[in-house]
Design a binder for this molecule. Structure first.
Ligand code: G4P
Length: 529
């Protein structure tokens, strides 16, 4: 198959949701359609279960599983589908943000009864900022939930989207009869049987036809006609360009658990979802169709087997073909590297692959060369943009609890930060180290992993910061910047890349600082140019 055809057939996306909305269930049903797994229950749930074990032990257990579920690839019709896993737990939101730099589109799963939840709002905001095409799947229609129109209103208001329904439910919960597929113009009747076949779909060319009453009954037929009329009046027609530009979001209804409405979603998705998209680098826009390979690291998994210090760096291929044993330039380190056993992912297995295409993810075995955000090219000096660090929400000093193991501690902290588990700040004043995280859980994870993987022990001490602000003076030589540094010296630190950061202790202090030093700009993410 030609290079261009290979690009054309790829669909690389993420499924995002608030925990429990049905992301894992939907993923599993999609894999079933792709023939990638044979039975339900085969996809291991990588969410953090509450209960018997402590949360962080559970995270450790899940870390083993999540290598397998990081990328789930399968073929559907003539398309190659790559689903990138995104953790739903809020303490791991930054992992998800980073994964969103590697997807070409997303499917947002919303629980029909709970509506738009907090985590969904945060993740969709990031997608909108990056203009990622979004498709919405409203799940659990077999249960009582909110009215479909109210829910679409809520999606528009809370998520800032402009929706267009592609299907519409006939009843809900106890009265749920099925779905009218606006996109395909047919009715899919619900029988609550997950082994239902496509044959059960009834094509209906015109909703005005008396056939409709025979199928769903007089009252529901009248109601559906009214609703479809309203949809035509109120919602814009689907338009692929607008969807791809992030201006319009198609909505599907269904029940993942019952495998209902999922085929409709997938069939439409493979038609409309974007093929691998161009990506901005610091110097230029890189097109997938370019012959020369380029890609970037968006995720690192380390020490799955602590005896072997193994790391797997996940690279999204942006352009060209990635080939086994070919030398590529590691731009940040300025050195050429060859990979003798790049992994591709298929369903839940990984296997060595000779060639990968734009949109694909390859897993590279790494001995410590990679950091998140690193770029690989065929020699061009360029780095991809778009993997900023976000301000952490928790800050603590990290102290060495075993003086004989200070080297191990340093190495462990360094490597865990490369993986993106947390962010390290070194105070300007005294070189003390502060660890910043999105969730409190990460501190336990770090402590546990330092001990078990590096043989080092640490303790923490509170550091009174509230937000990390990356600092950019308009003029690094002016008096104002010097004064800023003098007054704030106790709160200034360098991040891992040597950028200056102001660790502010309150919103008030940020505001005061901004008004006192207007030429010193403060940013809440590390990438602000
Ligand atoms: P998540 O990955 O988004 O966190 O959600 P997950 O798929 O694990 O689903 C959360 C719960 O919702 C699961 O139940 C799942 O079975 C259920 N669920 C998913 N889709 C549907 C649906 O269409 N209808 C109904 N009624 N339920 C659905 P659980 O009891 O928490 O877990 P389990 O014991 O069933 O695995």
């Amino acid at each position: 198959m030609s290079f261009l055809k290979e690009i054309e057939r790829r669909r690389t996306f993420g499924i995002i949701s608030h925990p429990d909305a049905g992301k894992t269930t939907l993923t599993e049903k999609l894999l079933l359609f792709g023939g990638a797994i044979q039975e339900a229950g085969a996809v291991k749930n990588n969410k953090i279960k509450k209960g018997a074990t402590s949360d962080f032990m559970e995270i450790e257990r899940q870390r083993g599983i999540s290598v397998a579920t990081s990328v789930l690839a399968f073929n559907y019709h003539d398309k190659k589908i790559n689903i990138l896993d995104t953790p739903g737990h809020k303490d791991f939101a930054e992992d998800t943000f980073r994964t969103l730099t590697a997807v070409d589109s997303v499917i947002v799963v919303i629980d029909v009864a709970k509506g738009v939840e907090e985590q969904t709002e945060k993740l969709v905001a990031v997608c909108r900022m990056r203009k990622i095409p979004i498709l919405v799947f409203i799940n659990k229609l077999d249960r009582e939930g909110k009215d479909a129109f109210d829910l679409m209103d809520e999606v528009e208001k809370k998520l800032g989207l402009t929706v267009t329904p592609m299907s519409f439910p006939i009843g809900m919960g106890y009265d749920f009869q099925g779905i009218y597929n606006i996109w395909e113009k047919n009715i899919n009747l619900f029988s609550g049987d997950s082994r239902k076949n496509i044959e059960d779909v009834i094509a209906i060319s015109d909703v005005e036809s008396p056939e409709l009453e025979k199928i769903i009954g007089q009252k529901p037929a009248d109601k559906l006609r009214e609703e479809l009329e309203l949809i035509r009046e109120v919602y814009p027609d689907f338009n692929r360009e607008d969807y791809l530009d992030g201006k319009l979001q198609p909505v599907f209804f269904g029940s993942a658990l019952n495998n209902f409405g999922v085929r409709e979603l997938l069939d439409c998705f493979v038609e409309i979802a974007p093929t691998p998209r161009p990506k901005e680098s610091e110097t230029r826009l890189v097109d997938p169709k370019e012959e020369k390979m380029s890609g970037f690291v968006f995720k690192i998994h380390a020490n799955m087997d602590p005896k072997h210090r193994d790391r797997l760096a996940f690279v999204k291929i942006v352009s060209g073909t990635f080939e086994r044993n070919k030398p590529y330039l590691h731009v940040r380190q300025g050195k050429n590297l060859k990979f003798s056993s790049p992994n591709a992912f298929f369903a839940e297995k990984k296997e060595i692959v000779d060639i990968s295409y734009p949109g694909d993810i390859v897993g590279l075995h790494d001995t410590g060369n990679f950091k998140i955000g690193d770029t690989l090219t065929e020699g061009e000096q360029m780095s991809f943009k778009g993997i900023p660090s976000f301000s952490p929400e928790h800050f603590r000093y990290i102290n060495n609890a075993d003086p004989l193991k200070s080297k191990q501690l340093e190495k462990g902290v360094d490597q865990l930060m490369d993986e993106g588990v947390a962010q390290l700040f070194t105070l300007e004043m005294n070189n003390r180290k502060v660890i910043g995280t999105v969730g409190a859980l990460q501190y336990e994870v770090i402590q546990y992993r330092l001990e078990h993987e590096y043989g080092a022990k640490c303790t923490y001490e509170n550091f009174p910061a509230y937000k990390a602000c990356w600092v950019k003076p308009e003029d690094p030589k002016n008096e104002e910047f010097a004064e800023f540094k003098r007054i704030k010296q106790k709160f200034l630190a360098k991040d891992k890349y040597g950028q200056l950061v102001f660790l502010a202790d309150s919103d008030f202090s940020i505001q005061m600082t901004q008004s006192k030093f207007p030429t010193v700009k403060l940013f809440f993410t590390s990438e602000f140019d």
